[in-house]
Design a protein around this ligand. Structure first.
Ligand code: CA
Length: 653
């Protein structure tokens, strides 16, 4: 491929104005940026696919390589593409990279009046009032997983769709499911796996045989059509998604969008390449596509018009859909300057909007590491959160070694990361500084988790690394992990169904041995619904585990002790104490609630047997035991802790 000098292009043609479609009463403006094109044409269509072109109209070249045309009639609901011409001969047709609505399978953009997409009550719908990131409890959820099974309690028509979220009164027998489940659990935010338009599900086939997580972006400004009741009508998916957002907002739950600006599914055939070949992706010096995403390409976020594109896109979702946060997939593919700019733009819209991501890549980037959103560069972007893989693996054992065990599995080497993790993974004077363990500038920068859509569920991991332990013992390990995630300083993140021992069952392929590794799915991105769909009957079976998670969340919300945003607060309020055993992590959190000093004492017993833990001075009652219960008996001096448990005590005298 011809290598462009993108710095020169940015200097000469960089453009700050609006791109895309602007709809006015009776006329419409189209703008696209293509500085080296020798011609650009607008193709108008009646439909999102098929042979139904209305007309082709040339655009006029304007300043900074922007091409413009004004259509002086009503074209609401029409579809469009651009044809870019290079070197006065080569013509290529593509969807507008700025199209914010589209037809089936995202082949053509659609001209939509967004004010007509608002469901009744939308104007009153507001973001949840999350004052600081550490007030959030995030629940990661795939739209289809949520409701696809009949035991979701959702009518058949809505299963697996955006509209399932707007169904209330959802139960399986007397167990709450779907929306009622989210309300009962008490999470503050739902983080949806990709809901932008992705490639791998054929939207024209409305069936349950297709499944994908959606990390294969097609159109960044458009919604995925397969989650709508009608992917052909561009209005429908927009209205149904707004109903989802509004319903969750009305129930006090925010919506976080998973954005994948690190790569596109297509490379040569992508809309980026067709619009302006060689500009939107990072290339190696030999002209080949660099591949820091591990998916065939990496987006050149540092180029001026790519940076603008990503910013424009995030701003669009934040304002048009009133979203409450953004989770950046493989965030270290993006450059820090772009990430900081996005944070600044979000602050202008609403500083409560959350922003965090994965501080790693899926391959070697073509830009030097210190410029990128890696976790080890965290101090350069303290306002942006990062998934805490160090704490994750210390809790449960190595993610990429199924048999390795963590602190909950009596791996005591992990203890030096567990104490730091509980204190928000930032510097604390009682703990020697440690690069990995103390990566967070503030506790609000760490996203604490031990299960996500990637890799084994926690329960499946335990079924491998603790396969010789009883189910009861594994449940204790699971609950201990959940307690650590939810009660640690930082932002707790739970994978949907983790709260009732979610599993991803797998049918071994023919000829494969049947063992603990082959009967669960480690990477279920395109696995069938039988693997990925949430089985709500498991909630009934493991209702005690669910009630425990619910109690943990309630406790976190009850006490500001668990939700410090800044490291100096952690330093001031948290004191590690000597509980009598180096592997038992314990500490007090002293803070004032309603003008009253309240001391909480947390102790973590990773041993398989009861262990005596020494209290600090005073008498303590049990605020939360291994079953999520309180007990008002006053204890002095110390007490025996149950095996593999987290206990929370409160000082009463
Ligand atoms: Ca799609």
């Amino acid at each position: 491929m011809r290598l462009l000098n993108c710095n020169d292009i940015d200097n000469q043609y960089g453009y700050d104005g609006h791109l895309g479609v602007v709809h006015y009463e009776g006329h419409t403006h189209f703008r696209t940026w293509a500085p080296l094109a020798t011609g650009v044409y607008l193709n108008l269509y009646l439909d999102g696919e098929g042979n139904n072109k209305i007309e082709t109209i040339p655009l006029e070249r304007r300043e900074n390589g922007v091409w413009f045309v004004e259509i002086m009639r009503e074209i609401d609901g029409d579809f469009y593409t651009y044809t870019y011409e290079y070197d006065n001969c080569r013509q290529i047709e593509t969807i507008d990279i700025y199209a914010n609505a589209c037809g089936v399978n995202g082949k053509r953009g659609a001209v939509v009046k967004f004010e007509r997409t608002n469901p009744e009550g939308w104007e009153q719908s507001t973001r949840v009032d999350c004052q600081k990131p550490t007030d959030a409890v995030v629940y990661e959820l795939h739209v289809k997983d949520f409701s696809v099974n009949p035991n979701s309690g959702v009518p058949k028509y809505d299963r697996g769709k955006f509209s399932a979220f707007s169904v209330d009164g959802t139960y399986f027998e007397d167990i709450s499911t779907c929306l009622e489940h989210l309300k009962e659990l008490g999470v503050t935010h739902v983080q949806l796996l990709p809901i932008y338009d992705y490639c791998t599900v054929d939207e024209s086939k409305n069936d349950d045989s297709q499944y994908n997580w959606g990390y294969d972006p097609a159109n960044y400004f458009c919604l995925e059509g397969s989650y709508s009741s009608n992917p052909y009508n561009p209005y429908v998916r927009i209205r149904e998604f707004k109903e989802l957002v509004m319903t969750l907002h009305n129930n006090g739950i925010g919506v976080i969008m998973d954005v994948v600006f690190n790569h596109t599914k297509e490379t040569e055939q992508s809309a980026f390449e067709k619009s302006f070949s060689g500009y939107y992706y990072r290339l190696n010096p030999d002209g080949n596509f660099s591949n820091a995403s591990g998916c065939g390409n990496e987006i050149a976020s540092e180029h001026k018009m790519v940076r603008k594109y990503i910013c424009d896109c995030v701003k669009f979702w934040a304002t048009e859909y009133k979203l409450d946060g953004f989770r950046f997939d493989l965030m270290a593919v993006l450059d820090i300057e772009t990430l900081k700019l996005i944070r600044q733009e979000l602050d202008k819209i609403d500083p409560r909007i959350l922003m965090y991501g994965e501080g790693w890549t899926g391959g070697m980037p073509a830009l030097s590491g210190e410029k990128l959103g890696f976790k080890h560069n965290s101090y350069n972007f303290p306002e942006i959160g990062l998934f805490n893989d160090t704490f994750r693996d210390s809790i449960k054992g190595g993610t990429f070694d199924s048999y390795s065990r963590g602190y909950i599995g009596q791996n005591f080497h992990a203890v030096n990361y567990i104490n730091r993790g509980m204190a928000g993974s930032c510097e604390h004077s009682q703990l020697p500084n440690n690069k990995d363990g103390c990566f967070a500038f503030n506790p609000s920068q760490t996203i604490n988790y031990c299960e996500a859509h990637d890799n084994h569920t926690l329960w499946d991991k335990l079924s491998i690394c603790a396969k010789n332990e009883s189910e009861q013992e594994r449940i204790a390990m699971d609950k201990m992990a959940g307690a650590m995630v939810i009660l640690a300083q930082g932002v707790p993140f739970i994978h949907a169904g983790q709260d009732f021992l979610r599993s991803k069952p797998r049918i071994p392929k023919e000829g494969e041995p049947i063992n603990e590794l082959t009967i669960v799915d480690e990477n279920s991105y395109n696995a069938p619904v039988s693997t990925n769909g949430i089985d709500w009957s498991k909630k009934e079976k493991y209702i005690d585990v669910f009630n425990y998670y619910k109690a943990l969340i309630a406790l976190r919300k009850k006490y500001p002790h668990f939700r410090y945003a800044y490291r100096d607060e952690v330093e001031k309020h948290i004191r590690f104490t000597n509980g009598g055993d180096n592997n038992i992590v314990c500490y007090t959190i002293i803070d004032t609630v309603d003008e009253q000093e309240t001391t909480l004492f947390l102790a973590l017993n990773p041993y398989k047997e009861e262990k005596y833990v020494r209290f600090p001075e005073g008498g303590y009652m049990t605020e939360l035991d291994e079953n999520g219960q309180e007990n008002s008996s006053v204890l002095y001096g110390g007490t025996n802790m149950p095996p593999v448990s987290v206990m929370v005590y409160r000082r009463v005298n």
